[in-house]
Design a protein around this ligand. Structure first.
Ligand SMILES: Nc1nc2c(ncn2[C@@H]2O[C@H](COP(=O)(O)OP(=O)(O)OP(=O)(O)O)[C@@H](O)[C@H]2O)c(=O)[nH]1
Ligand SMILES: [Mg+2]
Length: 411
């Protein structure tokens, strides 16, 4: 691992107050929109809020009425789209949440989420649908509600009742109720982003901290740009996809060896070259590495690596977002159909990327369970799902065995 600074702690009072108030707020909620950042699909799962959310959802059988947890991955425009469906499948093996990938620049994605809310309301006689939005800082909670409101009330896109910011921690208190639809009584409340009080020991905590800082999810002054840029350069170099382009031979020969050694890696060479290219020269005539670092971090945050076509024409990939690292080139092919997965392979996939992503999600879930966060669905629900899955596979196999004889040649 690259040398990184120790993980800081950033858990101001308003976050602690909201986390404490969450169980009582949930009693009035019908839907929780749990917002995560698609660039950090696993790290932005808030283990600190998880126990309250699981308890609230599990109590739905006792209380009756609508209780729905919808996980919303924002910033879908900042990750390559090939990972969406695969992440959806990998998570479905452990959780029964509804999942959406959204971005304000994708009206279709906002429309789909809005329709989900409307149809959730229609399944119940409850007159009003109360939606509570929760998640880590700066993942895009307030932006999402503004977009949903603009969609549902046909108000102007420029009319933004909730303030948003590129810096974390802007929303510090619960918002007033926001009407999300002019035809249905759907109301939402925005909440302050909540960080995890402790980011973890050793390298894990250090890397988690830098990842949050890169997505601007942690107080800006806790990290300097050069640290963030060094980590970013390391990741971009290590995760470089193989491109099927005229320059691919050149790019591949410059690519990382199978197990790159971080101690031999010099991000300052790259920063120097970047400073030269963008003309970042300080007064004395030396290269302004700080400015180059800032430039690089901003470029990445704006999705430069995705929008500039960094991932287009890939035949193999090594990562997806910052949480999925494959440490080798994995062929990127079209996604297999689910039916074929069920019959073909007990683990559910012949797709090498799917298998890698399943493995990473599986390890993540085990780790979180170890922290006692109460993560995910209950053991009984999980067993029930496994039974259903086995039954489905059996039925599929049976169907195939029935169809096969008619295709065989007569002896
Ligand atoms: N590219 C892109 N940017 C987004 C998206 N959603 C939100 N943003 C940007 O992310 C930043 C944070 O958005 P906010 O809505 O303020 O985030 P928040 O979760 O409410 O933040 P806190 O109130 O601090 O917890 C803003 O600069 C938004 O413009 C998205 O889907 N794509
Ligand atoms: Mg906000």
């Amino acid at each position: 691992m690259l040398a990184l600074p120790p993980a800081p702690s950033w858990f101001p009072g308003h976050m602690a107050a909201f986390a404490k108030a969450l169980p009582s707020l949930l009693t009035k909620a019908h839907v929780v929109l749990e917002v995560r950042d698609a660039r950090l699909p696993l790290t932005s799962v808030n283990s600190h809020l998880e126990a309250s959310l699981v308890e609230w959802l599990n109590a739905r059988h006792k209380t009756g009425g609508v209780r729905e947890r919808i996980v919303v991955y924002t910033k879908k425009d900042l990750v390559p789209s090939w990972g969406e469906q695969r992440l959806r499948r990998a998570l479905a093996k452990h959780f029964d949440h509804h999942l959406h990938f959204v971005a304000p620049s994708s009206p279709h994605s906002i429309r789909a989420l809005h329709s989900s809310l409307v149809s959730t309301r229609n399944t119940d006689t409850t007159a009003t649908l109360n939606v509570l939005v929760v998640g880590m800082p700066n993942v895009g909670k307030s932006t999402l509600l503004n977009s949903l409101r603009a969609k549902g009330t046909k108000s102007s896109q420029n009319e933004k009742p909730l303030k948003t910011s590129s810096l974390p921690g802007l929303t510090r208190a619960l918002s007033t109720r926001l009407k999300l639809s002019s035809t249905h009584p759907i109301y939402a409340i925005d909440s302050p982003g909540v960080m995890i009080p402790f980011l973890g020991h050793g390298d894990t905590g250090k890397e988690r901290g830098v990842k949050f800082a890169l997505i601007a999810g942690i107080k800006e002054s806790l990290y300097d740009d050069e640290t963030l840029a060094s980590y970013l350069i390391w990741r971009l170099w290590k995760d470089r996809p193989n491109r099927n382009s005229p320059q691919s031979t050149n790019l591949q020969s410059n690519g990382p060896p199978p197990n790159p050694d971080p101690s031999k890696f010099d991000s300052y060479l790259v920063l120097g070259a970047l400073a030269e290219r963008i003309g970042a020269i300080s007064r004395g005539g030396s290269l302004d590495l700080d400015r180059a670092a800032r430039y690089l971090v901003r470029w990445w945050r704006a999705g430069g690596h995705v929008k500039d076509g960094y991932d287009s024409h890939c035949t193999t990939v090594r990562s997806w977002g910052l949480d999925f690292e494959f440490n080798e080139e994995v062929p990127l092919g079209p996604l297999q159909r689910v039916e074929a997965d069920l019959v073909g392979n007990a683990n559910g996939s012949d797709d090498p990327l799917q298998a890698r992503m399943d493995g990473i999600v599986g390890r993540f879930v085990e780790e979180l369970k170890g922290t006692g966060s109460g993560l995910g669905i209950s053991a009984t629900q999980l067993k029930k799902r496994e039974r259903e899955e086995k039954k489905r596979v059996k039925v599929e196999k049976f169907k195939r065995s029935v169809v096969l004889p008619s295709n065989r040649q007569a002896p």
